[in-house]
Design a protein around this ligand. Structure first.
Ligand code: ATP
Ligand code: MG
Length: 361
């Protein structure tokens, strides 16, 4: 009877990690001191009871340890833990998850918990052990950071909007009216010396080039297409502009049911593709780039795939800032803010594929 052995009880009790054990009948056999502290419930109240879900959820339902004891299928586990769980990378047959428990110990806590099967010498499962870590402090810091990042991103976009408006209403207007004035002057003074006419034509050419640059700049600062028509037309125009300005063959596709998204979300997704395409222009030496937007019921996936020279990505995305890869870090931050997933598949000589998936309500 390994589960009732005094030694096992001592090992579990001596652990600073909150842990409890269920036997094959889902009865609590161990509830250590760290568990008492975490939940505010003494072991005498728990040991011998069938199940302990009420401590966490306030009602009867399977805990992760119960699901293991019941040999539940992944579908069954998903039903109870949705996208909050994964199979443990360390322990065979174990699962781990993170969740918020609003009622726990009268305060509400974020927990990271891992449940593993307990197997005897004959390979039979005799119960499950669940260990729980209080990650409330980390989660709160994460939320503060998310809030801070969101505010700075907003302020950044507001600033861009302001600069775009000033440039449009002021400098672009002045340049436009100067160009029209020059046009009139040239038309009305055809008797001017040819050298002067040539000079004025030259000035006008430069002025028009400058105006085009300013307009391109304004478009990059705040793409009006995005506000007026939405993400797909804005991304199509952004992608096609690479063909016009840089001679890279482009292809843009949008699949699924396209719909307008929240303005801030559309802008963030646009900025991600904008930075990815800037990188293609600046670094990839690619002859082709394909951009696609895939609308799924519960999310959207954006892909930017070039056939350029690729690059060495740091092993961990955490070291992007240390590697001076601030553009990619900006993409990663935006994806993090949107609670999405970023994947970059690249390597010297193999092109670069940047894929972003974000949930959409
Ligand atoms: N599509 C790509 N093809 C080839 N190399 C790339 C590509 N995207 C990024 N890189 C490489 O990764 C590096 C980091 O990119 P990142 O966008 O973070 O910074 P940057 O483009 O150099 O500067 P910034 O974006 O701040 O102007 C680039 O310097 C380049 O070497
Ligand atoms: Mg860049």
């Amino acid at each position: 009877m390994p589960l009732s052995s005094k030694l096992l009880a001592k090992i579990i009790d001596g652990s600073a990690v909150a842990s409890f054990v269920l036997n094959q009948d889902h009865v609590v056999t161990h509830w250590n001191t760290a568990m008492e502290n975490l939940c505010g419930i003494r072991r005498e109240q728990m040991v011998g009871k069938e199940g302990c879900s009420e401590v966490f959820y306030g009602y009867k339902r399977p805990t992760m340890a119960d699901l293991i004891v019941s040999r539940s299928s992944p579908e069954e586990i998903e039903k109870h833990y949705q996208d909050k769980y994964r199979t443990s990378p360390l322990i065979e047959g174990a699962y781990e998850a993170e969740d918020y428990f609003p009622e726990l110990n009268n305060t509400g806590k974020w927990l990271h918990f891992t449940a593993s099967p307990l197997i005897d010498d004959n390979g039979e499962m005799i119960g499950a052990i669940e260990t729980l870590l209080d990650i409330t402090e980390r989660k709160e810091l994460e939320n503060d950071l998310r809030y801070f990042l969101q505010q700075t991103t907003r302020a950044h976009e507001e600033e861009r909007k302001f600069i775009a408006r000033e440039l449009h209403d002021d400098i672009a207007q002045i340049m436009g009216s100067l160009s029209r004035k020059l046009d009139n002057t040239l038309r009305q003074n055809q008797s001017l010396e040819s050298a002067i006419i040539e000079d004025l034509n030259d000035v006008q050419l430069h002025l028009n080039d400058g105006l085009k640059s300013v307009q391109r700049f304004i478009k990059n600062l705040r793409p009006s297409l995005l506000d007026d028509l939405g993400l797909v037309p804005a991304l199509r125009s952004l992608t096609n502009s690479l063909e016009e300005t840089d001679g890279i063959i482009t292809e843009f596709t949008a699949t699924g049911e396209q719909k307008r998204l929240d303005g801030e979300l559309e802008l963030s997704l646009f900025r991600i593709v904008q930075e990815a395409l800037n990188n293609v222009k600046k670094h990839a030496q690619a002859s082709e780039v394909r951009v696609s937007a895939e609308f799924h019921g519960d999310g959207i996936q954006l892909n930017v795939i070039d056939n350029g020279r690729g690059f060495n990505l740091p092993k961990s995305m955490d070291s992007l800032p240390r590697s001076g890869m601030l553009g990619l870090m900006g993409i990663r931050e935006r994806v993090w803010l949107l609670k999405g997933l970023l994947e970059i598949d690249t390597g010297p000589g193999k092109g670069t594929a940047l894929m972003v998936t974000v949930p959409v309500k």
